[in-house]
Design a protein. Sequence first.
Length: 126
Amino acid sequence: MPRINHIALKVEDLDKTADFYEKVFGLSAVGKSRSEDRSRNRLSDGEIDLTFLKYDNDKSDMALAAGGGPCIHHFAIEVDDLNKYVAEVRKAGCEILGDSTTPPIKFRLPGGPLAEIVPDWRSSVA
């Protein structure tokens, strides 16, 4: 069954934001990572991760996809069959943003907000 995997927030300061959630709410650090145009800092409550994003260029298409400035950028839905859910998202008339064959697969929900589909890594571990 699909489940919410993480909620991503676009922020101005990764470390300051993570420090706040650790100190005030007791979330645990999961890790930092980097991709081609952004840095991430992840924390978790043990069930759902909060992923903080800092884009290199605040004017890039993906940085602006959810709006300018700090905001909730997207939430991720973990699925057991990526291709099945990409087809369902398309069938529902949603716009796929970027490559639909390589996760994470971002799409625009009806009404405008962003979401993404990610594989359920637990089901792929033997």
